[in-house]
Write a protein that binds this ligand. Structure first.
Ligand code: ITT
Length: 197
């Protein structure tokens, strides 16, 4: 059985598919006519589990979801679980980045606003407990956008001790260090432990 990726975000599909390709696992993006999952939980884990479980139940097969976001310390952890909708319900990445810069505008050039990306990965399988894993990545928000890879807040997120934004890295480089890749590696570890039992 193929693993369905319960996400409509093409940036996530690219990263998660590249991650599993290295392991030789077959994954498939969810069909375009899949049911819409309402993300109404107030934690990354809650939303990830909900997305994975609804898709797993609908297609009666294993499904993997990511719920993720950016926590900015100067904004007390916002936008957090609301990262995709920071600038409003149908906000684009550009809208959200503009909103982020607006909210932090008083801080530059003296401060280097610290932040982290958080990812919760959930794996749901019909008739089994849902597994959830986490990963984080620390960095600093830059006033200037740099790079054109990745998605979301990547052009404004300079990775700690790298001097580069996530948008200046290839998918392969991002997958060596990112919040999402860490959570995915931890999920693979959990599955291997389960198999060894
Ligand atoms: P799905 O629910 O369909 O997976 P989504 O984009 O709505 O897609 P989320 O609710 O998890 O997903 O929102 C995550 C948002 O956080 C995403 O839209 C980006 O704005 C931001 N984000 C998460 N991971 C990121 C990353 O690796 N790089 C840049 N921005 C990221």
């Amino acid at each position: 059985i193929k693993l369905l990726l319960a996400t409509r975000n093409p940036g996530k599909v690219r990263e998660i598919a590249a991650f599993f390709a290295e392991l030789g696992w077959e994954v498939e993006p969810v069909p375009a006519d899949a049911p819409e999952v309402v993300e109404d939980r107030d934690t990354f884990a809650g939303n990830a589990a909900k997305k994975a479980e609804e898709i797993a139940a609908f297609y009666n097969g294993p499904a993997l979801a990511d719920d993720s976001g950016l926590e900015v310390d100067a904004l007390e952890g916002r936008p957090g679980v609301y990262s995709a909708r920071f600038a409003g319900e149908n906000a684009t990445d550009a809208d959200n980045n503009r909103k982020l810069l607006e909210e932090l505008s008083g801080l530059w050039p003296d401060d280097h606003p610290t932040a982290r990306f958080v990812s919760a990965i959930a794996l749901a399988r019909p008739g089994q407990e849902t597994l959830v894993s986490f990963g984080t990545l620390e960095g600093v928000i830059t006033r200037e956008a740099r790079g054109s890879n990745g998605f979301g807040y990547d052009p404004h997120f300079e990775v700690e001790r790298s001097g580069r934004t996530l948008a200046e890295m290839s998918v392969e480089e991002k997958n060596r260090i990112s919040h999402r890749a860490k959570a995915l590696r931890s999920m693979v570890d959990m599955l291997r432990m389960e198999q060894d039992q």
